[in-house]
Design a binder for this molecule. Structure first.
Ligand code: NIG
Ligand code: FE
Length: 410
């Protein structure tokens, strides 16, 4: 089936084939054409051009015409870091947080991730799928076309497998492009309190083999941070995952400068994520690597943490991706427009840098930038059509104004 989107005010986010990420000053620019059309064939971008070269708009049996009415057309957001499969919510902890408790204090009282693990344990797989699909549909309506989803609220073999099966079901039933990340090492499960080494053994010797055998994970993750898992724990898990050919994406440097970036780079992580706490050593460690530094400004916003030093990374010639971290404890929102706005307002990225961080670079950070993240012939047509707006900057500037008119997935 052929579709032609015409009367596009600005077609934004055009990249040549083969560009998988944008680094340093290449993030400063968003290639666009005005008064454009876009051709889609069987869900794939097949052509584009200026309206004055488009002949004969009219309905025929083979082609559907979509009037963009002068709005922007741009690639959907790719959200490369989420925990959207979870049960219930943690609104009680929201009160604790307002009362002044830190994320670490809430976790130390047995709340936090362990609270979500208890809720998930008590929830059936079908119900977990139902609750999660509500969030999948929510983010899709806000313009997300691809999402990475982590496990990590199971923390027992059976509950981790349950979560990963729900992620697989989302992959099979939702139109979004989905990547699954096994995060058994999100926290030490309750039954292993005080026996962290034995829990890491469980992750390596029981969880990972099952996950690999059932083909449930595209990636492996570890929460490598103060009070959670050490660099040594992380290395053990990544070593084992490498035996199964599973590439890491790591939680690093949210609470402390943890060494997570360096161990991630050592094991060729696709991305290292959070980076609220970083020194120049992390920037140096990332130079020349294939690892995407990914920052999660929604988490900084919600927990009152410092924002990642995205500008310093870009000035050092590195790429930066942004993602939502949608989860019940540190970032209960999957709105990538808000993420893009925080990138501008709090991290002082230009609207163009923030846009590239939420599209092509976040596509790279979840391993899909060969098929998504830009307007490129041959890529999947995951597209946002906006109302007529004055500029690309407007999307971040007036980030609460409902400018998204339509989201087309594939
Ligand atoms: O990315 N930091 C670790 N994991 C999540 C939070 C998980 C939770 O609190 O439920 C994050 O912020
Ligand atoms: Fe996270």
């Amino acid at each position: 089936m052929k579709q032609i989107i015409y009367n596009i005010g600005t077609l934004a986010g055009i990249l040549d084939e083969g560009v998988l990420k944008l680094e340093g000053s290449r993030m400063n620019h968003v290639e666009s054409i005005s008064d454009a059309y876009l051709v889609v064939e069987d869900g794939i971008i097949a052509g584009l051009g200026s309206m004055d070269t488009l002949e004969g708009i009219g309905s025929d049996n083979e082609t559907a015409y979509i009037d963009a009415k002068g709005g922007y057309v741009m690639p959907c957001f790719c959200d490369s870091h989420t925990h959207i499969v979870y049960a219930g919510c943690r609104d009680g902890e929201f009160r604790d947080k307002i009362a002044g408790l830190s994320y670490e204090e809430i976790a130390a009282r047995g709340g936090g991730i362990l609270n979500s693990a208890d809720l998930l344990h008590a929830t059936s797989e079908d119900e977990l799928y139902r609750q999660s699909m509500e969030r999948v549909n929510e983010i899709m309506a806000m313009g997300t076309g691809a999402v990475e989803i982590k496990s990590g609220y199971g923390l027992t073999v059976e509950d981790e497998i349950k979560m990963l099966r729900v992620i697989r079901r989302i992959k099979e039933t939702s139109p979004l492009t989905v990547k699954a990340n096994f995060l058994g090492a999100h926290a030490v499960g309750r039954a292993y309190k005080g026996r962290q080494d034995e829990y890491v053994d469980l992750v390596c010797n029981e969880m990972l083999p099952r996950v690999a055998e059932e083909g449930l994970a595209d990636y492996v993750d570890v929460f490598c941070d103060a009070g959670f898992f050490t660099v040594e724990d992380t290395a053990r898990i990544l070593e084992k995952a490498a035996q199964y050919g599973i590439r890491p994406k790591i939680h690093a440097n949210e609470l402390e400068v943890s060494g997570g970036v360096q161990v991630g780079v050592r094991y060729e992580a696709l991305s290292v994520d959070h980076l609220e706490k970083t020194t120049d050593a992390e920037i140096e460690a990332l130079r020349g690597s294939g690892t995407m530094p990914t920052m999660l400004p929604g988490c900084s916003f919600f927990l009152g943490l410092p924002y990642g030093r995205a500008k310093d990374y870009i000035e050092a010639g590195l790429p930066v991706a942004l993602a939502s971290d949608y989860n019940p404890g540190s970032s209960p929102s999957g709105n990538m427009r808000f993420v893009m706005a925080l990138g501008c307002i709090k991290m002082r990225l230009t609207p163009e840098q923030s846009f590239n961080a939420c599209t092509i670079n976040s596509a790279y950070a979840m391993g899909v930038s060969d098929i998504l993240g830009s307007i490129t012939v041959g890529k999947k047509a995951n597209l946002i059509i906006t109302k007529p707006i004055p500029s690309l900057a407007f999307i971040s500037y007036c980030h609460q104004t409902p400018v998204i008119e339509k989201v087309l997935i594939h």
